[in-house]
Design a protein around this ligand. Sequence first.
Ligand code: GLN
Length: 484
Amino acid sequence: MHNKSLTELSIALRQRQISSVELTSLFLDRITRYGAPLNCFITVTPEMALNQAREADKRLQAGDAGPLTGIPLAHKDIFCTKGVKTSSGSKMLDNFIAPYDATVVEKSQAAFMVMLGKANMDEFAMGSSNETSYYGPVKNPWDLQAVPGGSSGGSAAAVAARLTPIATGTDTGGSIRQPAALCNLTGLKPTYGLVSRYGMIAFASSLDQGGPIGHSAEDVAHLLNIIAGFDPRDSTSIDRPKEDYTLQLNQDITGLKIGLPTEYFGEGLDAEVGKVLEQALKELEKAGASLHDIHLPHTPLAVPVYYIIAPAECSSNLSRFDGVRFGHRCENPKDMIDLFKRSRGEGFGAEVKRRIMIGTYALSAGYYDAYYLKAQQIRRLITQDFKQAFHQVDVIMGPTSPTPAFNLGEKTDDPLKMYLSDIYTLSVNLAGLPGLSIPAGFVKQRPVGLQLIGNYFSEAKLLNVAHQFQQRTVWHSAIPKAYQ
Ligand code: GLN
């Protein structure tokens, strides 16, 4: 049962081959067995899960069930969950019990999905390897020496090890797509504004977007159906007609024009990864698509621009964690300044502090024009590159990550090296576009992801292209040995 797709699980639940309580118990048992060594959960909520499963069973019995009723999921610990610890991977929020549910959580509950627990993550979603978490690193189910990617590494590891059928993640610069790539999963970063940010602990608000991480495009489409949609509580949420992403998965892709940015296939890309992607692209050609070289000339500026804008926004967002309004409070403060200093000093980890310092610097009087404003101007040029490209092609493809999963500890001493892991994903957030990573093969038994980038609100198209690929390939159904 733990290897079934969401469609299969939905049918099994409706046909009463299994109840939601049984299915939930099965996944909770797997979490007990495998969760601790992988360290992919910060909190497991068995009682709550079984209660939700009982409710779901009532719905199923009454014939009043939605497509995902009774199906378990895990939420990244960045989504507020009422009455349940919501840490964002930080000591700062180690004692925070959220008083309300994030919209994404509310929507999954309204669909009578069952929450198994809260997934580990990089502290405040800052990282590419899950090693900045206050709760310790997560391990990659494909190889326990390897990182699962980040920041949604706990979500990805839990799905890859079949401890949950699907999970939510968030992506500010690659945090859904890159862990999906490193763990052989399908992960979607939706168009900015499609999924509500309400109750999602803010990192960089103009870039953050929640989305699903699952085994296939079809599974991802199912969860996107649930979590997407206008929310008046998020001022950047977009009010547009709802789509059913599962209904658009069987379109022929003959004539599809795929753009390959020359900037994504040059220096910096691991040669073996390049070969895997070439094979994947051939498969799409066989399905009727055509390949076209395109240019995204401002690509080399994405890393520097992102590492001004994201820290600037984070320095502002994280100012609320001062030991008074929110977060950890130090013992016996001498005075107010001491309280602020020590609470923040104790509560935040090294990477978060580094970003707050960079961001505060970039926003200070005299430097704002030189750094933040300039970065915003270049951000527009990066966006224009994509707009130009979408006049010529339907979908852009490239690597998700320049290398397969690297080893734990390999990049922790060198932040710049770590930042370069997101070189192919950052631009998509800067432009607000949707991006999808899908399994494309392996290099030395470590998974490789192919990234699909579409125009605004083209999620249905991306998921269809991915589904067509997955109908012809087996990569997405590979399961790490120890978790079969
Ligand atoms: N790795 C990038 C960073 O550390 C992106 C993280 C994310 O998408 N949340 O900022």
